[in-house]
Design a protein around this ligand. Structure first.
Ligand SMILES: Cc1cc2nc3c(=O)[nH]c(=O)nc-3n(C[C@H](O)[C@H](O)[C@H](O)COP(=O)(O)OP(=O)(O)OC[C@H]3O[C@@H](n4cnc5c(N)ncnc54)[C@H](O)[C@@H]3O)c2cc1C
Length: 493
């Protein structure tokens, strides 16, 4: 990908410094002294003479910090993550709906950084911080740092109803995506085997709670699956009769978008056959049904075997830990309130970025939890670290609200980029291009391009696999199926 003007300047700056600082010792590959955690119970890594930067979380923000320190010969970077791969979350819904395979949107850190010699990877879960001793506490050891960057992202928020999570999973991890995929395709399978009309309808009813970008993407794709992808695949049901509800307590879909784009998105969804219910609050969720209420329709129960949560997000639990350790504050969404230079509390050597940090623009608006924001902040923190290494003052961080674009389905999307509002084909092509270019590995870009091209012309979704079953159609859907008296054997006319 072409470098932007600023990236090119940063590259040049780094190269000049590298040339100035080059010495035989510093050009050696990193050989951090490693205590064997299994043997010592302690995984403190040290690299004498180097400035040790520990980055917690290899999402969009953390990855950018590590990448932008790649030319710093006197810096050793340790990236610690509880997963061994970077996940491209904006395409998770495509895994959840069987359009892409998990490996298409994930990239192992060791592959990404195999040539970055000043980067070490630690697979481990961070549980706490000790800023006085400059240690990151892992579940099974510790890491010592000179500068710490925490970019641990966010998780689902159920507005105090965590018990809903099992019934209505959210979409944040690959495991979530595979579970949702299992539930969606199991529901069609079970409906095909059911003799009971009401039960069959319940299996063919899908409720998505939350009409933000993820909810809209899921609803639009589910409608396409039911009407097109599966059209010829079943012998006892017509998947096209599936009902897809998209619920939101707010007054419109894509609440952060201007009204004209929200209206356009809603119209596209309705054309696809999605029932959009805004101003509708979920009162409770139980297996097989959602109880809702709205000022116009009053209380109502929707019988649905597949319920997906796309409504709330809260910061990683590490935000609270970091705030407690540093004396910083957290907001209602659990994000750490950071200083203007993204440092935390009174600690100039600790930074928090991305979804877990609360940053406001000059006009006081909080920055949204999006990939461009995390990327921008990761680059900024890397520049601060580089400047400090050279004894230069930190650059000023100027937060700005990035452009946004959401896809609704085939050839339909809406977006706002600066002063421009786009929709339809053009927005959809831009969405495809941006997502493709931002995917982490070249092989993933190529594979995704081929799959998208194929499914555009054929409506097919090649990864619609039901996995994770222990005893046939498993989990909740299966037990509901058993309760529903679903046929187990024999042909049917
Ligand atoms: C389904 C979905 C769709 C999205 N679509 C879009 C979109 O279209 N456009 C857009 O701009 N944004 C989108 N986003 C938001 C975007 O993905 C996030 O804003 C972005 O990922 C935030 O980056 P981050 O670096 O803060 O955190 P993340 O990318 O979430 O990375 C956090 C990392 O920290 C690691 N971690 C967490 N806790 C620990 C721990 N205790 N120990 C060790 N490691 C830990 C995680 O494993 C992860 O690798 C979407 C998000 C989701 C979930």
């Amino acid at each position: 990908m072409a470098l932007t003007g600023r990236e090119a300047r940063e590259e040049k700056e780094s190269e000049e410094t590298t040339a100035m600082e080059r010495d035989p010792a510093s050009s050696r590959p990193e050989t951090a002294a490693r205590a064997d955690p299994a043997a010592s119970g302690d995984s403190v890594r040290s690299n004498p003479g180097h400035h040790r930067v520990v980055v917690v979380g290899g999402g969009f923000g953390g990855l950018e910090v590590v990448r932008h320190l790649r030319r710093e010969k006197t810096v050793s970077v340790t990236l610690v993550d509880r997963r061994n791969f970077h996940l491209f979350q904006p395409l998770l819904y495509q895994v959840a709906t069987g359009g892409l395979s998990p490996a298409n949107i994930a990239a192992p850190y060791r592959a990404i950084f195999s040539r970055q010699k000043n980067c070490d990877i630690v697979l481990g879960e961070v549980v706490d911080f000790d800023p006085e001793r400059r240690r990151v506490i892992l579940r099974d050891g510790e890491l010592e740092y000179d500068t710490l960057v925490v970019a641990a992202g966010s998780r689902h928020g159920y507005f105090g109803h965590d018990e809903w999570e099992e019934i209505a999973p959210g979409l944040k991890t690959l495991e979530d995506a595979l579970e949702i995929r299992r539930r969606i395709y199991s529901a069609f399978e079970t409906a095909d085997r059911s003799d009971d009309e009401a039960e069959r309808h319940a299996f063919l009813t899908f409720v998505i709670v939350g009409a933000g970008p993820t909810g809209v993407e899921l609803a639009g794709t589910l409608a396409e699956i039911a009407r097109h992808t599966l059209r010829h695949d079943f012998r006892h049901i017509d998947p096209g009769i599936a009902r897809i509800y998209l619920l939101d307590a707010g007054p419109k879909v894509l609440g952060a978008y201007p009204d004209e784009l929200s209206d356009s998105a809603r119209a596209s969804l309705e054309r696809l056959g999605v029932t959009v219910r805004t101003g509708t609050t979920v009162r409770s969720i139980e297996p097989g049904r959602v109880h809702v209420t709205s000022p116009t329709d009053g209380d109502e129960t929707i019988e649905a075997r597949t319920i997906i949560w796309a409504a709330g997000v809260k910061a990683s639990a590490l935000a609270q830990k970091l705030a407690e350790a540093t004396g910083a504050e957290v907001d209602r969404a659990g994000r750490v309130v950071v200083e203007n230079d993204l440092s935390v509390g009174r600690y100039r050597d600790i930074f928090a970025i991305g979804d877990m940090a609360l940053v406001r623009t000059e006009r006081g608006e909080p920055l949204p939890g999006t990939a461009p924001v995390a990327i921008e902040q990761g680059r900024y923190v890397a520049r601060v670290i580089r400047n400090r290494m050279r004894g230069r003052p930190a650059p000023t961080y100027r937060p700005k609200i990035p452009g946004m674009i959401a896809t609704i389905g085939r050839a339909a999307a809406v977006g706002e980029i600066g002063r421009f509002r786009i929709r339809g084909w053009i927005a959809w092509l831009l969405w495809l291009f941006v997502h493709l270019m931002k995917l982490t590995l070249f092989t993933n870009r190529l594979l995704v391009l081929i799959q998208w091209g194929w499914s555009y012309f054929t409506h097919s979704r090649s990864a619609r696999l039901v996995t994770g079953l222990e005893h046939g159609p498993g989990g909740e859907t299966a037990s509901v199926a058993r309760e529903a008296g679903v046929r187990t054997i024999g042909p049917r006319s």
